[in-house]
Design a protein around this ligand. Structure first.
Ligand SMILES: CC(C)(COP(=O)(O)OP(=O)(O)OC[C@H]1O[C@@H](n2cnc3c(N)ncnc32)[C@H](O)[C@@H]1OP(=O)(O)O)[C@@H](O)C(=O)NCCC(=O)NCCS
Length: 380
């Protein structure tokens, strides 16, 4: 049989699938823009609500636009009692499985579920962003034998999330830390979960299905799981004096240092710096300065030789310690990433559907051909 040479692009590395107006990444210099705005400016000057508006509408809001958008987000926080009931039923599952299940169930109660107009996708993205925080916090309380607390409409998205988790209002510094974390996780171009969400959207499926796809894809340890692993690593190291030895031993056995390296960034991940100082300040305040000290030895000493190979800290490096210091259990870390990413997934779905083409790559078949079918009683 005649065969033609097929060029395989494993992992789709280096392949552009479309144009985007969502975010720009230059991995060689560590640059990230959302809708043209530098992530550093957004992390320092913006809020999650404003950044989410920017992502979904393509421009910074006026005061009146932001106020209306924020009011819509706050109003969307409560989730149906039936969904709380479902969370109770699956409470023993991993928080990401619970979030995935709850988002799927929320579709059944969404007034726009069959409406895939751009306006309806926007409304659903806003609702899901607000509801996801309620789901994650409700599950955390339910699995510890506590009742969920009703959302507090006087708090912003980040502050309300911490309030829902703890049942008491966070101090402004903690709420701001959570807010910055949501900003830096909001969008990141065609990473695996956004690409998966686009594939679902490209079949003209609905937003809830695309977000469920995104959550399921983010869950894998090669994508969303590193913050948890960084904290495990810091706990295993235990004290700053042991950090260099830990790196030597791990690399000798071909292990990886969690929170370092990135598929796109070959310089420092620009998102990392915004949690670095917060990890230090929170650690001192909480009387647990050792985590920041351990991470600093890793970053400033042990892993310095790896910079020449383009291996620098990524967004997850300080995130794990920050979540820990906010009193958040480690199996919730990926769910927090997912909550922050819903605006980005929503935007990617909107872009995909604005000029849709079914995403349908090819696989090069390398198995046997034209085998004769063997009847059951003749098989050995
Ligand atoms: C994120 C990650 C998968 C991206 O990797 P990538 O760019 O596709 O590069 P590769 O996995 O092909 O690794 C390239 C080389 O760098 C090394 N490397 C990459 N990240 C490393 C790390 N964190 N620790 C030690 N070595 C690392 C690899 O061992 C490999 O070395 P080799 O060429 O001698 O085999 C990888 O850096 C990693 O596993 N990091 C740790 C997990 C993590 O923090 N993930 C969160 C990402 S936001």
């Amino acid at each position: 049989m005649e065969t033609t040479e097929v060029q395989i692009h494993r992992g789709l590395r280096g392949i552009y699938i479309d144009n985007t107006q969502a975010s720009f990444i230059d991995g060689n210099v560590g640059k990230l823009l959302y809708r043209g705005y530098d992530i550093h400016e957004l992390a320092e000057k913006s809020t999650f609500e404003e950044t989410m508006y920017l992502l979904l509408h393509g421009q910074l809001p006026t005061r009146a636009q932001l106020s209306a958008f924020d009011a819509e987000l706050r109003a969307a926080r409560p989730i149906p009692a039936e969904v709380i009931q479902i969370i109770r039923l699956v409470q023993r599952a991993h928080p990401m499985d619970v979030l995935r299940t709850a988002v799927s169930a929320l579709a059944a109660f969404d007034p726009d579920v069959t409406n895939e107009s751009p306006e309806a996708i926007l409304r659903k993205g806003i609702r899901l962003t607000a509801q996801a925080a309620t789901v994650v916090a409700a599950h955390e309380r339910i699995r510890h034998g506590l009742d969920p607390v009703p959302p507090d409409p006087s708090l912003n998205h980040a502050g309300n999330f911490l309030y829902l988790l703890r049942g008491k209002r966070p101090d402004p510094e903690e709420a701001k830390t959570m807010d910055v974390d949501f900003i830096i996780h909001a969008e990141h171009s065609s990473n695996a979960s956004a690409f998966a969400a686009r594939v679902t959207a490209s079949t003209l499926s609905d937003l809830h299905s695309a977000i469920v796809t995104g959550i399921g894809t983010l869950k894998g340890p090669l994508h969303g799981g590193a913050a948890e692993k960084v904290m495990e690593m810091a706990e295993a190291i235990g004290q700053p004096e042991r950090a260099e030895e830990y790196v030597r031993e791990t690399l000798k056995s071909h292990g990886r240092i969690m929170g370092f390296g990135h598929a796109v960034y070959k310089a420092e991940d620009p998102r990392a710096r915004h949690l670095r100082d917060r990890s230090k300040v929170l650690g001192e305040k909480r009387g647990e300065p050792q985590w920041f000290q351990i991470l600093t030895v890793l970053e400033q000493k042990a892993m310095v030789p790896y910079r020449a190979r383009g291996i620098y800290v990524n967004v997850d490096f300080f995130a794990g310690s920050v979540y820990h210091l906010l009193g958040i259990p480690s199996d919730l870390f990926i769910s927090i990433f997912a909550m922050g990413r819903i605006p980005g997934w929503t935007l990617q779905v909107m872009e995909q559907q604005a000029h849709n083409m079914l995403l349908r790559p090819l696989l090069n078949y390398t198995g046997p051909m034209d085998l004769p079918y063997v009847p059951m009683d003749q098989r050995r």
